[in-house]
Design a protein around this ligand. Structure first.
Ligand SMILES: Cc1cc2nc3c(=O)[nH]c(=O)nc-3n(C[C@H](O)[C@H](O)[C@H](O)COP(=O)(O)OP(=O)(O)OC[C@H]3O[C@@H](n4cnc5c(N)ncnc54)[C@H](O)[C@@H]3O)c2cc1C
Ligand SMILES: NC(=O)c1ccc[n+]([C@@H]2O[C@H](COP(=O)([O-])OP(=O)(O)OC[C@H]3O[C@@H](n4cnc5c(N)ncnc54)[C@H](OP(=O)(O)O)[C@@H]3O)[C@@H](O)[C@H]2O)c1
Length: 248
């Protein structure tokens, strides 16, 4: 049974009509970068709870989550309506294995995300621990429209602070956008455009690929990497090249 603590909203950032970030303070136990908490609200006597990845570094007590409003969703529209000072419930302990401890050493670590699933990578990169064992890290954020690149300034800041070790790449699917690739993650891997744009290769011999977000993107990319590149799902008992987390 999860232990719940009360969190207080300290800030809401509305990036677009449907994308927002919630900042809050809550007496949680220390989490590991890449993990998620459950957030909950009591609605008509029922506790509605869903998983959300931490965006902040574990070293930062200002807890941050990046959300999209699913129009017919039970919880996300209610979280979108919260205001500074409002309270919500947070699980005291975080959960999940989408963390660096589960990733084997490699030359190129690819962090691929759609939509709000950039969150866990931002937490890992902001903390910055245990990254010395990768020669290169690539952070990819794929969204529908250019306006959905909410964390681009932070991505750019991180790229600068990593002094060449981190490369960032944005992908926009529904319009042409300067400095972004156009299309979807699996297609841009299949035709080689992503590797050309980034300037690094993605092969079983040199890479590990982390995938996070849209479940169909995760499935399609896993299948492509297996068929085209011979890259297998990574398991503790059988090391491979692909680690993933699906958001629904
Ligand atoms: C490990 C994990 C981490 C997650 N982290 C985040 C996060 O950081 N930010 C975030 O916004 N969401 C995240 N999610 C998704 C989140 O838990 C909820 O599913 C989402 O907010 C929708 O909840 P809802 O009650 O509004 O909709 P529901 O009533 O539960 O769902 C309605 C339908 O919407 C679809 N759906 C669910 N989530 C999404 C989504 N994110 N995008 C598009 N369609 C969706 C599904 O088809 C679902 O059946 C995460 C999920 C998991 C499993
Ligand atoms: N983002 C918004 O502005 C917006 C606005 C209103 C409502 N919503 C709702 O919010 C939810 C999530 O939207 P989202 O934009 O955050 O996430 P999303 O629908 O997962 O889209 C994010 C990115 O993932 C891509 N993608 C989708 N399916 C894929 C697949 N099978 N393989 C590879 N890439 C794939 C999308 O490309 P495509 O564009 O080609 O699908 C897009 O570039 C949806 O329920 C949506 O209805 C979003």
């Amino acid at each position: 049974m999860a232990n719940w603590v009360t969190g207080k909203v300290t800030d809401i950032i509305n990036w677009t009509d449907s994308l927002f970030s919630i900042k809050l303070c809550a007496p949680i136990e220390k989490f590991t970068a890449g993990q998620f908490a459950k957030l909950a609200l009591e609605v008509e006597g029922e506790r509605i709870q869903r998983a959300y990845s931490y965006v902040n570094s574990p070293n930062n007590d200002n807890l941050e989550f990046y959300l999209v409003t699913v129009p017919e969703g039970k919880l996300s529209p209610r979280l979108a309506a919260l205001q500074k000072g409002d309270e919500l419930l947070v699980t005291e302990q975080a959960a999940g294995f989408f963390i660096l401890d589960e990733i084997p050493d490699c030359q190129n670590l690819w962090m691929l995300s759609t939509g709000t699933a950039i969150g866990p990578y931002l937490s890992i990169l902001q903390q910055g621990n245990d990254l010395g064992r990768f020669e290169n890290i690539v952070l990819v954020h794929a969204v529908r429209l250019g306006q959905d690149l909410s964390y681009l300034p932070l991505m750019q800041q991180l790229e600068k602070s990593f002094q060449g070790k981190l490369r960032i790449q944005t992908i926009v699917s529904r319009e042409k956008c300067q400095n972004s690739l156009t299309g979807r993650i699996p297609a841009l891997i299949e035709n080689g455009e992503m590797e050309t744009a980034v300037g690094l290769s993605m092969q079983a011999e040199n890479s590990h690929v982390m995938l996070c977000g849209n479940p169909q993107m995760v499935r399609d990319t896993r299948q492509l990497l297996k068929e085209q590149r011979g890259m297998e799902k990574h398991l503790r008992r059988k090391p491979g090249h692909v680690t993933s987390e699906q958001y629904w």
